[in-house]
Design a protein around this ligand. Sequence first.
Ligand SMILES: [Zn+2]
Ligand SMILES: [Zn+2]
Length: 862
Amino acid sequence: MQIEKVYEPQRFEPHWAQWWIDSGVFTASAEAPGRVFSLVIPPPNVTGVLHIGHMLEHTEIDVTVRWHRMLGDNTLWLPGTDHAGIATQMVVQRKLAEEGISRHSLGREKFEARVWEWKAQSGDTIKRQMVRLGASCDWNRERFTLDPGLSRAVREVFVRLYEKGLIYRGEYMVNWCPQCHTAISDLEVSHVDVAGHLWHIRYPVNGLPGRYVTVATTRPETMLGDTAVAVNAKDQRYFDLHGRTVQLPLMDREIPIILDDLADPEFGSGAVKVTPAHDLNDFEAGRRHNLPKIQVIGEDAKMTAAAGAYAGLDRFEARRRVLIDLEQSGALVKVEDYPLSLGKCARCGTPVEPLISTQWFVKTKPLAEKAIAVVENGQIAFVPPNWTKTYYEWMYNIRDWCISRQLWWGHRIPAWYCGECKEVIVAREAPATCSRCGSGQLTQDTDVLDTWFSSGLWPFSTLGWPDQTVDLAKYYPTSLLITGFDILFFWVARMVMLGLEFMGEVPFRQVYIHGLVRDAEKQKMSKTKGNVVDPLVVTEKYGTDAVRMALLQGAAPGTDIVLTEERMESSGAFANKIWNAARFLFMNTEPASTFHQALATGHRPPATAIEDRWIFSRLNAVAEQANRAIDQYRYHEFAQLLWHFFWHEFCDWYIELKKVSGTAWSNATAAFETALRLLHPAMPFLTEELWQRLGNAAPKSIALAAYPQFNPALADPEAEKEIGILQEVVTLARTLRTEAKLDPKQQLAGTLYCRTASLAIAQRHAQAIQKIARVTLAFRSETAPKTGAIRSTSEFDLVLDVPESKEDPARKQKELEQLEKNIANIERQLSDEVFLGKAPAKIVESLRAKLAEYRAQRDKLL
Ligand SMILES: [Zn+2]
Ligand SMILES: [Zn+2]
């Protein structure tokens, strides 16, 4: 059988990627037998391209999904993308801006058409990339959050929540981004610590000349909109002012002094200004006292007409002018430095303006209660479990969710307003006339829904809900969600709340939260740092399998993943190592398909050669550990296990042993085939290519072959012990040879001393030891002399006859000096009490061992 000398992943990967899809390998069937394993993808934004974080997420998902498929489960990985309201709209707006067009000049319909157009040409990018990276999704079931079916689900949910009183329209303080020109949710505000100021302003009390109330503020421009000053009813300093008013400086407006707990006697002067239109706490105080709301800052962040002389100024310019005027009038009494947490729009970085507006809200408390209960009673488990606490904290402090966005791209709110009688009609389809007065003058709400509203329905809307489809019955609840911690609240919590409300069942049983991919210095990847790894570039360079393997090796639960070029490169070398092993096998043997059956069904293969018995026993142990590792999301362990098995046990030992023993190669092929199946979830392309070359006919793909399971009958402790002894002796010989700095090819003689039965076992392998270690051994059942080149383990002493080498005195001197230096270094460290107090025991122990080693080497040279 012919096989190319070097593995070139680029030659094979695109082929198998397409072949898997064309052959329906990943197509799920609700009618198929087996336990159900289903998972929905965290839908990437349709505008985007895949970054390395996606690749990590998709690789982890893919390993678990492929494993379940090979276990014979009825497996579905449902793919799709999110319309990503604000993100997408901004991208298209920027493109239009380059052409000198604004969305307002274009108009809503034409703008939406442009977004769809743009989605059509760029929307397939994600899918193409995912296919190329080997994600084993069922593309027949691909969904998009704006699909007609999903849009129908969105309207249905909106109407039902509205009818239940869980959606309402109300005036409320929202976070307003003047740049994006929309309300944004609390979660979309990022807080930045800045060095601010606290300005103290005094307001004269009416009717008491010379009496003032001093308030402090970090935002002096908002004082233009003050409608009260609050003091605490218990604050004795203000007993004389109860029922009085103050005169608002600059505006010359009379405002009342109110009694409210908003004012804390312990803080500052104990009096606070109340601006109901520009601060959430003041807004609530205003409600309690029925205060007017004077909006002095507009949606464009400019001062409104209500700001009098300051109208039309930008808010920051207004602040400057207000401070100058306050100072000139003598009302500014003090300025202090004051650190504050500034709320900025997470998308564009503009400082957020709290504004009152009429928005749609979801009443979340009743939904959150159930969502807390299912985690408490174990119906949903977070892995790692520490995320449970984070989830609770948020759920217990949840506020109503503002779901309307002043955007054009998204699901339009299914509410219509009657021009005649002002009736609000919420309906699944556009009504023709007003349900109250019969007027045809209806206009639909112009806002769209928060993008997380539709993705919150993702686990059931993608399966056909509100129709009771076969898929929905079969695959909901899904088994697992794998996602990042950054969308735990945006997305995961909302899916739990909405899934419980509409399906009466949790949306998934387990949530695995993965880490971040970091660079070699453990830094976060970012465009500004220039350390971003583009998955398409590195997969082109090293092969997809190699990048997957590199990611998996670092993917321990609860940790971030360090991805380096070296790791990807060595993973590429690992793929090549397996390829070369295959090459060697193919040159020596014809595929022995009978053994596949034997292994798959758990029967002991007819192996009598000791090395065959050993490799089957090792494979069996690896199978046990690999299944457990994937089941527990210990992807790093899974990857390391297979790495060690292929590289060391299979290539370094087993193939070498077989060369020596000269026994038939058919068992080697069988073992190799089993190992390929074990590795398949991590490196799907290489394993498919080799598995097909082995001539496997059924099933059609390794992705559908059985995942090897532990079988007690295959455990062979006797063989493991015997090969273990052989490895021990060879390793001893190699160490001695390295120490003596001898040519690795030079044949040597030596004597093995051993007082136990192990000697006979070692002796049985004299030939293998001679060929692999290049040492011809004599075997002695006696105690070893304590001289010469000797190395020992608990059972063996190996003495090597080292030929007299011509000494180079200069080199010897240099070596001695180096050793003395090393010894002095470690001695200093070990006498340092501070170091000893802090260093882990393991480190100290290894230093002591090194010291002993260096001393021994020195004594030998002396
Ligand atoms: Zn913004
Ligand atoms: Zn009407």
